[in-house]
Design a protein around this ligand. Structure first.
Ligand SMILES: *Cc1c(COP(=O)(O)O)cnc(C)c1O
Length: 227
C-alpha cells in the first residue's frame, strides 16, 4: 500500500516537474492539501512533512478537525459551496474562501468577518466549462462581481478558482484555464495574485497555464469514501 509520505513525494515531484516544464520558478506553485473526508491524523502526517495549507469543503467537518488540530499552525481554506446559513462560521474560522460566485454571499462574509482577524482572502469561482448545472460565475459576469467585491474592506480579492469539466490530454485540459487567465488580465485590477487552478487529474495543465496554487485531494490522501 502506498503511504501518505510516498504520495506526498509523488505530488511534490509532479509539481516541481511541471514548474520546470513551463519555465516557472521552483516553488512558484503552492500545494493546497484538500483534506475533506480525511481524518485529522492524516493532516498531522502531512503537517510534519511541511505542509501548512489545508482545504475543506464541509463546514462542520472542518470545524471538528480545526478543534483537534488547534495547536498546529495551519492556514485553513474553504473550497466548498457556501450556503447563507454557514457564512458566519466560515467568516470566523477560515483564512481563505475559494468558492465565491455571488455578491450576496460575499457581503455576508464581509459583514460577519470578525474585526480582530485580517481580511478574508477571496477567490472568485468561475465557470469555465459552460455547464449550466455547475457553480461559478460566468466569464461575462466576472468583471462586475470582481468590481463589487473590491468595495468590501473585510475581504481581500486575491484571484480566481476554477473546476473545469474533466478532460483528458494536456492540450485539452489547458484550454479552459487559458481563457480564464485572459479574462483576468482584461480586468486590469491590481492585487490579484492567485490562480487557484488544478486538481489531482490536471495539475500539469493548470501549472502550464499559470496556476499559483493547486488543490490536491486524492493524489495526496488516496481515494475518498464519498465525493
Ligand atoms: C475535492 C476538491 C478538490 C480535490 O480534488 P482531487 O481530484 O481529489 O484532487 C479540489 N478542488 C475542489 C473545489 C474540490 O472540491
Amino acid at each position: 500500500m502506498t503511504s501518505l509520505t510516498d504520495r506526498f513525494k509523488q505530488v511534490y515531484s509532479r509539481i516541481r516537474e511541471a514548474e520546470q516544464a513551463s519555465a516557472r520558478k521552483p516553488g512558484a506553485v503552492q500545494l493546497l492539501a484538500v483534506s475533506k473526508t480525511k481524518p485529522a491524523s492524516d493532516i498531522a502526517v502531512l503537517y510534519r512533512l511541511g505542509l501548512r495549507h489545508f482545504a475543506e469543503s464541509y463546514v462542520q467537518e472542518a470545524l471538528d478537525k480545526q478543534r483537534q488540530l488547534a495547536h498546529y499552525n495551519i492556514t485553513w481554506h474553504f473550497i466548498g459551496p457556501v450556503q447563507s446559513n454557514k457564512t458566519r462560521l466560515i467568516a470566523g474560522h477560515f483564512s481563505w474562501v475559494h468558492s465565491i460566485d455571488r455578491f450576496k454571499i460575499a457581503r455576508r462574509l464581509h459583514q460577519q468577518r470578525p474585526d480582530f482577524l485580517p481580511p478574508l482572502n477571496i477567490c472568485l469561482q468561475v465557470n469555465i466549462s459552460d455547464e449550466t448545472s455547475k457553480s461559478g460565475v460566468s466569464l461575462g459576469d466576472l468583471p462586475q462581481l470582481a468590481e463589487h467585491i473590491t468595495s468590501l474592506h473585510r475581504l481581500r480579492l486575491r484571484g480566481v478558482m476554477a473546476i473545469p469539466a474533466p478532460l483528458t490530454g494536456l492540450q485539452q485540459q489547458r484550454q479552459p484555464y487559458r481563457r480564464l487567465v485572459e479574462a483576468v488580465a482584461a480586468l486590469q485590477m491590481t492585487g490579484l495574485d492567485t490562480f487557484s487552478f488544478g486538481m489531482s487529474g490536471d495539475l500539469e495543465a493548470a501549472i502550464a497555464e499559470g496556476a499559483t496554487l493547486v488543490r490536491i485531494g486524492s493524489a495526496l490522501f488516496g481515494k475518498r469514501p464519498y465525493p
